[in-house]
Unconditional design. Structure first.
Length: 401
């Protein structure tokens, strides 16, 4: 007969996985619930949310992961996804092989088990991973959607504007983009190019924030330069230029974008590292950081992106004025439109190959933004124009006077 202590040891050995899985899953679920409740009630006092979480807690808890990401020349987040996917596939194969072997041996010596324990363990591990990832969303930045916005922190007077002011903004940005484009290297087709690799270009992105933070102190912080995406091809089919996956605080940029698009996208993603979750504000902050850079490609990228957003909005309201801006003598309409055409051709080539994928990706992004109280979803990206008008109206370089 087995002693009581031996029976107890046997019991714990037999049900060890269940106990550990229950404890881990329970802790992960509790963590998710607590942070979800904080997220839900954070909007009741957005000032306190900013003072406690965004400006104090968020920089501290995200710094370790940013420091780890900084040690590697590749995307750590994407590498973890690859490793997790490989482990899942390996686990699935092992469970299948064991189930087949058990079934064969059971025909000879005993009835087959009703439930393959390997598959059950795999499902439990997936559940735990889902709970941890869900919790990470709230812990590492989801609450920033409920915090003070850049508009509130900067004091910019953002309001609706008239077509005349929008036209003047387009003229101003077009002239600035033209000036910035002069002297940049071009290829044989007249497109702006750069001899640096995508990662080398992205690594220069934090520099402009030093100058931008002199005007807006809320833009100061510690950054980890974005990484050129390992899954750039997949992102291209999904029509994604850059991403800041909150579950792992590392900025990732699609390296298939033209060289002149990379800087503004990189600076946009760095804005999320500061806790600015709104996409229109990240666009404006990215614009500002880019034009504050000493890197000529960054300066052009900033003015070019601002000009694109402003012109798209003008086109929707008054196509005659839109055409008049393009024909203005101070704007290099041929050069800038060539760059726009090339960018569109790249994205359209992927969209046509997998139109369903791009539509699903946009729908998912739209739903994600709306679930975080951004009522206009993906259309919110275009609200950067209102911030640009507010900024230049208050600055010494007022193109509307």
């Amino acid at each position: 007969m087995k002693s009581g202590s031996n029976k107890l040891k046997e019991f714990f050995r037999k049900y060890r996985f269940r106990r550990v899985a229950t404890i881990v899953a329970g802790a992960a679920a509790l963590r998710l619930l607590v942070w979800f409740l904080i997220y839900r009630f954070a909007s009741n006092d957005r000032t306190r949310t900013y003072e406690i979480y965004t400006s104090r807690v968020f920089p501290v808890i995200t710094q370790p992961m940013k420091s780890i990401a900084k040690l590697f020349p590749f995307s750590v987040g994407e590498t973890l996804v690859i490793i997790m996917a490989a482990l899942f596939v390996a686990g699935l194969v092992i469970c299948t092989v064991r189930a087949v072997r058990n079934k064969k041996s059971a025909r000879i010596i005993a009835p087959a088990p009703k439930k393959p324990a390997g598959f059950a363990r795999l499902l439990v591990m997936l559940l735990v991973a889902a709970l941890l990832i869900g919790g990470n969303f709230f812990v590492y930045g989801g609450i920033n959607y409920k915090s003070l916005t850049f508009k509130e922190l900067s004091g910019l007077d953002v309001k609706s504007t008239d077509i005349g002011t929008l036209e003047k903004l387009c003229l101003f940005l077009g002239q600035k983009a033209t000036e910035a484009r002069q002297g940049l290297p071009l290829d044989e087709k007249g497109f702006v190019v750069d001899s640096r690799s995508a990662q080398e270009i992205l690594s220069a992105s934090p520099a402009g924030y030093a100058k931008a933070s002199e005007e807006f102190p809320c833009l100061s912080g510690k950054f980890t330069p974005p990484k050129a995406a390992i899954f750039s091809e997949i992102m291209s089919y999904e029509q994604i230029a850059g991403i800041f996956p909150i579950v792992f605080t590392e900025s990732i940029v699609n390296k298939n974008s033209p060289a002149y698009d990379l800087p503004s996208v990189a600076c946009h993603e760095l804005a999320h590292q500061l806790g600015f979750a709104q996409e229109d504000e990240a666009n404006f902050i990215g614009y500002l950081a880019a034009i504050c850079s000493d890197d000529p490609l960054y300066v052009y990228s900033g003015y070019y992106s601002g000009f694109c957003y402003a012109m798209n909005k003008l086109y929707n309201f008054d196509r005659d004025k839109w055409a008049a801006v393009w024909n203005s003598p101070g704007i290099d309409s041929e050069g800038i439109s060539n760059d726009m055409r090339r960018s569109n051709e790249i994205w359209d080539s992927y969209r046509k190959k997998a139109e369903v994928v791009s539509k699903v990706s946009e729908a998912v992004n739209d739903s994600y933004l709306k679930s975080n109280d951004i009522s206009d979803g993906t259309h919110s990206y275009g609200r950067v124009v209102d911030l640009l008008i507010a900024y230049y109206s208050a600055s010494g370089e007022n193109p509307f006077a």
